[in-house]
Design a protein around this ligand. Structure first.
Ligand code: SF4
Length: 218
């Protein structure tokens, strides 16, 4: 119960964040939503128009697709936790800028620390590059789970195409569906495989973000 309170308290503290320029144009901070005890966490890019209005991540068309994909593996939104790299909407849904990601990333790392997921599915390039600390694009790494240390914990990182990119590209949707189908197996395998946790320092990924032009949904 204590960590639910901590997550809620942290969400409340982020609601007034003005660390970057995106504070000026937002309707509200979109912190994240879902099960605070989730084994599976999704990390997308940034809130869009509908998310900014409603204060909830993935509520537009991409959100509907995410829900459909979740239902396909027997999960609902309440079983998982969904967040984004950026908590405020970039104007006109433009790409996140490196300094915005740098300003906001500690909010995401704190969320991970509090939720303690065993699998994090990164949706698209921005989340994948930030959390893997590697510059490889999503086309190269989607569907390939990577054991990693994040926020002081060992977990499985599982890069996926961003649902927004798959919405209008049937071939990409097929790949996303097939990558999604492996999620239950990964959640099942992650716990015993990652259980022995060697004593290590708290590790926050601190790889410098690549220039914005190298990033993108795919
Ligand atoms: S995007 Fe992140 S760092 Fe920038 S104002 Fe919003 S919460 Fe703060």
């Amino acid at each position: 119960m204590a960590h639910v309170d901590s997550l809620q308290a942290y969400a409340e503290s982020v609601a007034g964040c003005t660390r970057c320029r995106l504070a000026q144009g937002r309707t509200q901070v979109v912190f994240g939503a879902g099960n605070p005890h989730a084994d599976l966490m999704f990390v997308g890019e940034a809130p869009g128009f509908h998310e900014d209005k409603q204060g909830v991540p993935f509520v537009g068309q991409a959100g509907k697709l995410l829900e459909k994909l979740l239902a396909g593996v027997g999960l609902g939104r309440d079983d998982v936790y969904i967040a984004n790299v950026l908590k405020c909407r970039p104007p006109g849904n433009r790409d996140p800028q490196p300094d915005e990601i740098e300003a906001c990333e500690s909010h995401l790392f704190r969320q991970i620390e509090l939720i303690e997921p065993t699998v994090i599915a990164t949706l698209g390039n921005f989340a994948t590059k930030l959390l893997s600390g590697r510059p490889l694009g999503i086309t190269r790494v989607h569907g390939q789970e990577q054991p990693t240390m994040l926020a002081g914990r060992r977990l499985l990182l599982y890069p996926l195409y961003h649902p927004a990119a798959a919405l209008y590209t049937p071939a990409m949707l097929k790949v996303l569906e097939s990558d999604f189908a492996r999620i239950p197996e990964l959640i099942g395998s992650a716990m015993p495989e990652l259980a022995p946790e060697p004593a290590q320092e708290l590790t926050l990924v601190a790889t410098p973000s690549p220039p914005a032009e190298q990033l993108g949904l795919f």
